[in-house]
Design a protein around this ligand. Sequence first.
Ligand code: APR
Length: 287
Amino acid sequence: MKLGRVRNIVVVAGAGISTGSGIPDFRTPGTGLYANLAKYDIPYPEAIFNIDYFSDNPHPFFSLAKELYPGHHRPNYVHYFIRMLHQKGLLLRMYTQNIDGLEKLCGIPDDKLVEAHGSFATAACHLCYTPYPAEEAKQAIMKGNVPICTFCAGAVKPNVVFFGEDLPEKYFQHAEDFPKADLLMIMGTSLKIEPFASLVNTVKSTVPRLLLNRDPVGPFERRPLRRADYMELGDLSDSVRKLAEILGWHTEIQDLMNSHENGLRSYTDPSNSSGENSDSSETDSMH
Ligand code: APR
């Protein structure tokens, strides 16, 4: 990267990039979401995101959805590192499994982001797929009601991808992106869920793959590692900061994060004769 030999980085991410924002991941023993679903009285943890189970009983998902809806958490340093990749013109695309919306909130543009497991931004009937106003669905769910399709009376759900559902159209952009990548960064995922997990095997064999994660996962569990595979194990906030420091980007990322997160007013611009403050804060439409 420092030698400017890398221009098309693909990032693959999972829930581990958002634990620093206070959102539990799914499978860390004890704290992961799947270890804390006893109150929902479901047959097994993943049932809460299973489309057939939802069809039969949407209530467990809807009560969990109240806690999952974006709006209470903010992006962290790891998200801003990935945004900095974009700012530097190095990000070909980010493929995330996360539905917390933090990638968009930190300013990663839509055309650089694939939310492979969907998001809460839109909603539709789970039976006939008729679109449904997302805000209306959210209001109903927050009140403990089940939003009902106006066309077929099926239960409406936010367009997060359930087990048993197809991934969004945009996901299939991977067929073009991964062969073009000249560096693959894998962050905060157990690489347990298909078809997403297999994406990491679709870069050219000579392309370096860098795993930043608490523990080795997927092809990184194999010994010896493949020639072009590298991994930095440990807490993502430490490993990403270390990488940022090596690249000389740490202060820039912190400044970007502070100005975006705190909506710091930019000072009067000397060239602006009216002397008004040009407010640089960006309000996120989701807030
Ligand atoms: N630093 C480093 N690694 C971390 C951190 C952290 N702060 N927090 C979590 N991790 C690691 C965990 O050790 C684990 O390897 O991130 C990984 C998270 O794995 P999962 O909890 O399985 O989350 P994810 O891979 O995103 O799950 C994939 O499973 O249930 C489905 O659709 C759901 O998108 C989700 C998919």
